[in-house]
Design a protein around this ligand. Structure first.
Ligand code: G6P
Ligand code: MG
Length: 218
């Protein structure tokens, strides 16, 4: 039986992709090239430095390591300006109700995010109290699709990976769940999340009952 639910943050519980996009776009603008919303899709679930490298490859430039670090810090400064102004209104539809139902039903809940800014977001949106364990980019070494972030989450909860379900909007996140030996539910489009155990368009479609139904036959 399922004992724990592990959630990605960006794109699953909150819509921060738009803020990442605005900050990356501003950086590209300063560097003198365009950065589109379509380009931004490639950065979902990808760590900060790996995102920067993708952006720089789009611009066709390859600065040295010190410059790259400074650019990533600059982008993060703008991003932090946006997220410090976030509140509960930016929780994605269905997320809060589902978290409440999980807690009431005795399910353990963990966060598994690549972001080093996860705590700021959880505090500002008042989501922090729903988590029994929080694993973010400050605690991990390897980025998704490496399973580290989810395995650490299961370990902190004291739950066997086989009894965990991961909720993810990024292909790399579903891959990480599979490598962790966990079940997964994609939040988004079946076109990119086809490897997940099931795909929903938003957490509005989720309930404890639905969760049990999806995995009861496996
Ligand atoms: C999440 C987002 C990515 C972001 C990464 C690192 O995975 O989906 O777009 O690059 O976190 O976030 P950070 O806040 O540490 O820059
Ligand atoms: Mg995500």
């Amino acid at each position: 039986p399922i004992r724990a639910c592990l959630f990605d943050l960006d794109g699953v519980l909150v819509d921060t992709a738009k803020y990442h996009y605005l900050a990356w776009k501003r950086l590209a603008g300063e560097l003198g090239f365009e950065f589109t919303e379509q380009d931004n899709e490639r950065l979902k679930g990808v760590s900060r430095m790996a995102s920067l490298d993708i952006l720089l490859s789009i611009g066709g430039i390859s600065p040295d390591d010190d410059t790259r670090l400074a650019l990533a810090e600059k982008k993060n400064g703008w991003y932090v300006d946006y997220i410090t102004r976030m509140d509960e209104s930016e929780i994605l539809p269905g997320a809060l109700d589902f978290l409440k139902e999980l807690k009431a039903g005795g399910m353990l809940v963990a966060l598994g995010s690549a972001s080093k800014n996860a705590m700021t977001i959880l505090n500002n949106t008042k989501l922090a109290p729903y988590f029994d364990a929080i694993v973010d980019g400050t605690k991990t070494v390897s980025a998704k699709p490496d399973p580290e972030v989810f395995l650490l989450g299961a370990q902190e909860l004291g739950v066997d990976p086989a009894a965990c379900v991961v909720f993810e909007d990024a292909e790399a996140g579903i891959e990480a769940a599979i490598r962790a030996g966990m079940r997964s539910i994609g939040v988004g489009s079946p076109a990119t999340l086809g490897r997940a155990g099931a795909v929903v368009s938003s957490l509005r479609e989720m309930s404890l009952r639905r969760l049990e139904k999806i995995f009861s036959s496996r």
